[in-house]
Design a protein around this ligand. Structure first.
Ligand code: P5A
Length: 443
């Protein structure tokens, strides 16, 4: 992508309405634009990050055996009356009336809708286990939308729903998603800690939130430090196997959100030097709620004994749009965002210091062309901006690697390779720079 033809509306000033660093940086780097309270346009750079996050979430869902579909954003009130949640959900639900006076709503979550899909097609235990997910926009009329996309009203969620014949099988599905989540967040460069959590309006008695630690987080959390440094289960995990041991190893250590916090147990079980009371950002939340929806909605399956019973269910959410902000909270410095490679909007940028110099442009074009050909997501800054302004924009936007081409270097046969995270600057030939980038980030 040539920056001269791109749309990267970066801001020079820090917008005064933004209270936390991720919101400030997302606005300044031209990732998002606010259109209403808690409602945002994802500008091209922001959209790229959102899509990279989505791709990782999708890969890890598929690896764990979940199957993607796409449900609508608009739902019928009728379904929510069947489960009993239409009144119970309250003011957070955006209610809509169509031209035929039918009551509709913009989905805040999809337990009812997926249960309706399920009951239409699945009648026998032979079709189980099943886990269906989608990545779709949700709307919740939050009282206090704030911190940009961190707590929006319209936001992108990955929501998965598991269906099993027995509570034991449903728990296995829960452990599988639990492990898949740890791998997912780890691939984004995050340390997400699973914490026992309250189930709120989703329901059920087994629930974990996945929290990344950050001073600006909305949740107060209490945990054993050991848990924070525990390695993820691993991408080569065999998802057919029993994952209870992985789950037990982690849940044996104390970790709870404020609502579930039991200070006496915390003090009894966790040695003082390992007690961590901190703030965090909830990036995922999983639930096991058995037959809460399947019983009233009559989503029954026939077991091997020929008897009908409501199917056992769980639901599993990832805050996809919130993650873009959460990753920035976890990874930035005074100059801007430092994207972990896996979610960077562009992996690298070729920066021309003198676009009016033909010899500089020739080198830039050849490096840019070679990187594109190798499948590297590369931005080419071919604009006539001053070098200082170019660097501040690209550093603000967090592009991991810059290949800087100027007239002096071209004469000497070298370009500069700059690393955003470490600040390291290395001179090498253009060919060596291409090889280095293709070797580390090539597609
Ligand atoms: C689980 C999937 C659910 O809705 N039903 C389907 C369950 N869980 S949840 O905890 O309410 O939401 C899942 C994740 O979505 C993110 N999230 C938000 N992100 C941005 N703005 C919001 N207003 C918002 N509300 C929830 C969180 O990451 C949450 O963990």
């Amino acid at each position: 992508m040539r920056l001269s033809r791109y749309f990267l509306p970066a801001l020079r000033e820090t917008p005064s309405e933004a209270q936390i660093v991720s919101h400030q940086l997302m606005l300044r780097a031209g990732m998002i634009k606010q259109n209403g309270a808690g409602i945002y346009t994802w500008l091209p750079l922001g959209l790229r990050v959102l899509q990279k996050i989505e791709a990782i979430v999708r890969e890890e869902q598929e690896r764990a055996g979940a199957v993607e579909l796409l449900m609508p954003t608009i739902q019928q009130a009728e379904l929510w009356r069947e489960s009993g949640r239409y009144e119970a959900y309250g003011k957070e639900m955006l209610r809509i009336v169509d031209r035929h006076e039918r009551e509709m709503l913009f989905g805040p979550t999809n337990e009812e809708l997926i249960t309706d899909v399920f009951r239409s097609f699945v009648k026998s235990y032979k079709q189980l286990p099943l886990n269906l997910y989608h990545i779709q926009w949700k709307f919740r009329d939050e009282i206090r939308p704030r911190f940009g996309v961190m707590r929006g009203r319209e936001f992108l969620m990955k929501d998965a729903y598991s269906f099993d014949l027995t509570p034991d099988a449903a728990r296995q599905a829960y452990y599988r998603m639990f492990c898949a989540y740890l791998n997912t967040f780890s691939r984004m460069g995050l340390k997400a800690v699973p914490m026992r959590a309250d189930t709120g309006p989703i329901g059920g008695d087994l629930s974990h939130e996945f929290i990344i630690l950050a001073d600006t987080g909305e949740s107060a959390v209490f945990c054993d430090r050991e848990l924070v440094d525990m390695a993820p289960p691993g991408l080569d995990l065999d998802f057919q196997s029993d994952l209870k041991p992985e789950f037990d190893r982690r849940t044996a250590l104390y970790a709870a959100t404020e609502e579930m916090h039991d200070p006496a147990r915390f003090e009894r079980e966790v040695p003082e030097e390992r007690r961590l009371a901190a703030r965090g950002i909830e990036v995922g939340h999983i639930f096991y709620f058995g037959t809460k929806y399947s019983a009233p909605m009559k989503a029954h399956v026939t077991g091997p004994d020929g008897k009908d019973a409501p199917v056992e269910m769980g639901s599993y959410g990832v805050g996809v749009s919130r993650l873009a902000a959460a990753i920035i909270e976890a990874s930035h410095d005074e100059r801007g965002i430092i994207w972990p490679a896996a979610v960077a909007p562009f992996s690298a940028a070729v920066v021309s210091l003198r676009p009016d110099d033909a010899s500089v442009s020739t080198v830039c074009e050849s490096v840019y062309g070679a990187l594109l050909k190798a499948g590297v997501d590369v931005l080419y800054d071919d604009t006539p901006e001053r070098p200082g302004a170019k660097f501040s924009t690209l550093e603000l936007a967090g592009i991991p690697t810059l290949v800087v081409v100027g007239p002096k270097g071209v004469k000497a046969g070298v370009v500069e390779v700059r690393d955003r995270a470490t600040g390291a600057v290395v001179e090498m030939s253009a060919e060596a720079a291409i090889q280095k980038l293709v070797g580390t980030i090539g597609g």
